[in-house]
Design a protein around this ligand. Structure first.
Ligand SMILES: [Ca+2]
Length: 199
């Protein structure tokens, strides 16, 4: 597993957002976690399986943690095929939050997910025209109250890939490259282990 020694570099920052089970230091109200650390995943959404295709190996090498979630090519689209990754996180400060996702699109037929925050209406995330490279895409701008929230990333088009998710109160922040992971939201002992390593 790739080590991330830079996780500790912002340890002195103010606490603004953290996971309910294990608080983690974050800067300026920004929470960033790995897409592959989903609380739960339902097929055909899957964590990249480490295949030996050289092109996929290159994509993985440029992903944070060397992993990402994806809708496999040919998996099928809704309503015939569902599937989702679910993320649960804790907000401690009320305010306006911008959501971002670090994505890799193969083409115009695989450049979106459906994101649903709590019980909000579905948000079509993506549809950009940058293909075959990791880049950040802007998501919802929402007002959040302190407490636990759930983000669902649903299958919308096969071929789409998601590396990191970033949630921030800094509305001027534009993420660049691989962002520092502030907290692991993976369930149970996996998250505990990763968060302990990051402290
Ligand atoms: Ca990742």
């Amino acid at each position: 597993m790739k080590t991330q020694p830079d996780r500790v570099s912002r340890a002195g920052c103010m606490l603004a957002v953290f996971l309910v089970t294990l608080p983690a230091a974050v800067c300026a109200g920004t929470l960033c976690f790995e897409a592959e650390d989903a609380t739960s995943i339902e097929a055909p959404v899957r964590i990249w399986d480490g295949g030996d295709d050289p092109a996929d190996q290159k994509v993985a090498a440029e992903a944070s943690g060397g992993k990402f979630i994806e809708i496999p090519e040919g998996a099928g689209d809704p309503p015939d095929v569902a599937g989702e990754a679910v993320y649960e996180f804790e907000i401690t400060q009320p305010g306006r939050y911008r959501f971002w996702g670090r994505v890799w699109w193969p083409n115009s037929c695989g450049n979106s997910f459906t994101w649903i925050l709590n019980d909000d209406n579905p948000f079509v995330f993506g549809r950009g025209g940058t293909y075959e490279s990791w880049h950040w895409v802007r998501g919802m701008l929402v007002t959040l109250q302190p407490g636990r929230h759930t983000l669902r990333v649903l299958n919308r088009e096969d071929g789409a890939r998601l590396d990191q998710i970033l949630i921030t109160r800094n509305l001027r922040l534009v993420p660049m490259g691989i962002e520092e992971v502030t907290v692991s939201i993976a369930p149970d002992e996996v998250a505990d282990e990763k968060n302990a390593a990051a402290e």
